[in-house]
Structures are given as C-alpha cells and as structure tokens.
Design a protein around this ligand. Structure first.
Ligand code: GAP
Length: 464
C-alpha cells in the first residue's frame, strides 16, 4: 500500500540515489580529466567492465600495493611472497570447484534481450519476471559461469582449455609444496600475492567496484586446525590496520558476519568488511576460514601429498587456511570516493581530493612563482631535485610545474590530492634564510619557512 510515509521514504531513497549518482559521476569525470582512470578501450567505444589506469591512477594504485606488501610481507617473518601465472592447468579449476560452481544466476529479457543478474534485480521484477529496462517478460533463471575460458596452444580442443584465473588464491595453493620444500617454514605461515583476476560479471557496475578485470591482494595463511580462531582474529585487526594505513576512516568500515547458509562452498566462516560507498554499504574485503578444503582437493586431484609434518608433535596433517582477500581496485575506489570534496576557498568553488599522504600520487608540488624568470625557475628546479631525492619514488611523488597561473596550478594540485605545494618567489633568492611558501591543500593556508627547514618540515608533515 502506498502510504504517505512510504511515499516519503521512496522519495528520500530516490534523492539519496540521485546524490550518489552525482558523486560517482563527478568522481569518474575527475578521474578522467586529471589522468587517474579512463574507460578501457575508450576510443573504440569502451569495453564494459574494464578500466585503464593513467599516470596518476597507477601511482595511487602502486602506493596501495606497496603499503599492503610492506604490512603483510616485508614487515613479517612468517610470509612468503609469490607471483603465480594467470593461466593455470584446467585441473586446478576443476578441483577448486570453480568449473562446477563459480556462477551467478542469469536472466534474459525475451523482448529486449538484455541480460541481468537475477539476485540484483528489484524483488518485484524478479518475482514477477518483469524486465527493469523495457517491461518485457524475463526468461527462466539459469546459472552463468563467470570464468573467462580460453585455449592454450594451437589446438582448440577440450584438452587445451584453460581459464583466466578468477582469484589469485589457487596460484598459492598449488605452490604450497614448493614453498614447504624450499623454505621449510613452520606453521603458522602464509603465502601472499598481488595480481590480476578476471570474472565475466553479468552486470559490471559502479565504476571500479565491480569490474571484469581487477586486481587482488590475497594471503593464504596456513595454520594448525586447532589454532584457526586465533589467526582469524589476528587478520581482522590487520585488515583494519591496512584500511587505516591507506587513510580509510574506520567509521566507514564495517564487519558483516556471513550467515552459514550464504557461505561459499569452501568456507566455514567469513566476515565481509563492508564500506560506506556513495551507492550504499557493500563489500570491500573478505576474510574467510577456508579450512583444508583447497589443499585436500588439490591433493586428491593431483595425487601429490600436500600435508605438513609437525616435528614437535610428531604428527602429519593437512593445514587449514585463513584467507584475507582484498581488492586493489575497490581500495582505490574507496580512497577516491572518501577523499572527494567540494568547498569554497577564497570566494571560489573548488574540488579537491583529501588523500592521505601515504597514497597521494603527488605528495609535493614545486612551483616557481613566475615561469619566465630564469633565476626563479633555476632555484625551483634545484629545490625540486632535493625534494625528489628525499620523497620521490620512481617518477612519482614530487612534481615540478610552471604552466599557467599560480592559482591554476594550486587548483590542479588540489584536484589530484597533492597535500603540499612549495612556491619559490623572489624572496627565496633575495632574502636572508631563503624563505619558501608551503601551502596546505586542505585549508589553503600558506606559511613561509626558511629553505634549510623545508625537508624536515615536509618529512614531519608527511609522516616520514
Ligand atoms: N579468494 C577469495 C575471493 O576471491 P571474493 O570475495 O570473491 O573472494 C575478494 O573476492 C575481493 O576481491 C573482494 O572483497 C573485492 O575486494 C575484490 N573483488 C571481487 N570481485 C570483484 C570485481 N568484480 N571487481 C572488483 N573487485 C572485485
């Protein structure tokens, strides 16, 4: 029944949907305008569910991956880094259960032929089998396998079938014995890797949120079955720690316990870490207790023993697995969506990204006040070189810019989320202590500081 209350509620929902669409549209447009992220194959009209990272996007993404690798691999003694092949023997995907069961429910409209993921339709449309686009009749639901199938080698027969991996996890399970035999680690220990995953999503949507090609940062942490709870708890804290490292506010990250009936076939317990996206609260990361499902399945399918011998307890068993699985692109989107701001500065509207310095693609920009004054540009370039040596990583981190007016340069740096700009003017050359101006992105406040203090001040501000 349409009461005034639920009419009001519907209106409110529609309004907030409208706001969310605006935020996402503005963000996508900023990402394109400023060289973060472009639609994949754009000049050919695009390819749905694919996104290309431009110079600033890849710098931001690399910062995210570096922070993850540092926290979970370099800073730990119990983690073994990996980079497994994307193409794997089809036997892997049969044993893992992906060939048989990695599918989503699909429905097709008999009139307009559009296809939808049945579990993402409005309940009314699903129940009454009505197409949300044209109002036509929807056909029967069927399971659609999301793996991209291909053939390896010249022959296109059953034996040459392979798949682009839909998760990085299996590349670690099939190398469990290699790591065991070469490094002889004691339990608990983990294998970690960052890499591409591919899923032929029925309905890619919400920018980077659900793509067909994306990256994962995954750990398979092998434990004695009696200790699984301790490690599970440990990784809840570590995932929260990582989210903080990249600047995501903890109040926007929520833990959602997956009901037993909804668990994936390999999991005995899963927590989804959900994020408050502009389009609602949805999954950001997953943490699963995969038991011994995968090692046992690969052991029985390959005939290779994947057990572990505990020398102290003199027992042999198949380790259990705790799996923190984090999407790189979802992290990038969460960072960008959270950082997007519109305000007014000096009587003018501005857009800026309030990025944490740890992930900002450019941490410091250096400008000469005027570009056609040789003395200024020479001094600014000299300072730029010093700051590069201190703060840059490869070709990103510190930028030199002399194009356009100073106001325009500030606006561009605000839009790409640069926390600090350093401006060199005539005082820098002429006055005692060579003062430079340091401008703060968030407040627009400018402070004049002696050149000799610049590196230490920026290091302190950037948390280095
Ligand atoms: N190995 C377990 C696994 O792959 P998942 O929940 O299917 O679990 C893990 O995926 C994470 O990968 C998700 O939490 C999300 O961050 C990311 N992810 C999954 N599908 C994605 C997609 N289509 N586009 C972007 N990121 C995705």
């Amino acid at each position: 029944m349409k009461t005034p209350e639920n009419k009001k509620e519907k209106k409110k929902q529609l309004a907030s949907k409208g706001d969310a669409n605006d935020v996402m549209e503005n963000l996508i447009s900023l990402c394109k305008r400023r060289g973060f992220i472009f639609q994949g194959s754009d000049i050919y009209g695009g390819l749905a569910g694919t996104w290309d990272y431009g110079p600033l996007g890849v710098a931001l993404k690399n910062n995210v991956k570096d922070i993850w690798w540092k926290r979970f691999v370099t800073d730990r003694e119990d983690m073994y880094g990996m980079d497994a092949a994307i193409l794997m023997n089809q036997g892997v995907w049969k044993a893992s259960g992906h060939v048989g069961g990695f599918s989503d429910p699909l429905v097709e409209c008999q009139k307009c032929k559009r296809r939808f993921r049945a579990d993402q339709l409005e309940p009314e449309n699903r129940e009454k089998q009505v197409c949300p686009e044209c109002g036509g009749k929807l056909g029967a639901e069927r399971q659609f396998n999301m793996m991209f199938k291909t053939h390896v080698g010249a022959a296109e027969d059953e034996g040459s079938v392979s798949y682009l991996r839909p998760e990085t996890a299996q590349g670690m399970f099939v190398n469990f014995k290699n790591v065991l035999d070469t490094f002889h680690p004691k339990l608990p220990f983990g294998m970690a890797q960052i890499g591409k995953a591919f899923r032929n999503e029925i309905a890619p949507r919400d920018f980077l949120f659900r793509a067909r090609e994306f990256e994962q940062m995954e750990i398979e942490y092998f434990v004695d079955p009696k200790d699984w709870k301790k490690s599970f708890e440990h990784f809840i804290g570590e995932i929260r720690g990582f989210a903080e490292d990249v600047g995501l506010p903890s109040a926007k990250v929520h833990e959602h316990e997956i009901a037993p009936a909804d668990l994936a076939h390999y999991s005995r317990r899963t927590i989804d870490f959900e994020f408050d996206w502009p389009f609602g609260r949805k999954e950001l990361y997953g943490l699963a207790y995969r038991t011994d499902f995968d090692l046992k399945a690969h052991s029985s399918a390959s005939g290779v023993d994947l057990s572990y011998y505990d020398e102290e307890a003199k027992t042999r068993f198949v380790p259990h697995v705790i799996e923190p699985s984090l999407g790189v692109d979802r992290t990038v989107l969460a960072i960008l969506a959270d950082a997007y701001r519109e305000d007014e500065l000096g009587g003018e509207k501005r857009v800026f990204l309030k990025l944490a310095p740890s992930v900002a693609p450019v941490k410091i920009a250096v400008f000469p006040l005027l570009k056609n004054k040789d003395a200024l540009t020479a001094k600014a370039r000299e300072i730029y070189k010093v700051l590069c040596a201190e703060f840059a990583r490869g070709s990103s981190g510190v930028e030199y810019d002399e194009s356009g007016s100073i106001g325009k340069r500030y606006r561009r740096q605000d839009e790409i989320g640069t926390p600090f700009c350093v401006t060199v003017d005539f005082d820098t050359i002429e006055k005692p202590h060579n003062p430079v101006t340091v401008r703060d992105r968030d407040t627009g406040a400018q402070e004049s500081i002696p050149l000799k203090d610049l590196v230490s001040l920026l290091a302190q501000k950037l948390g280095k």
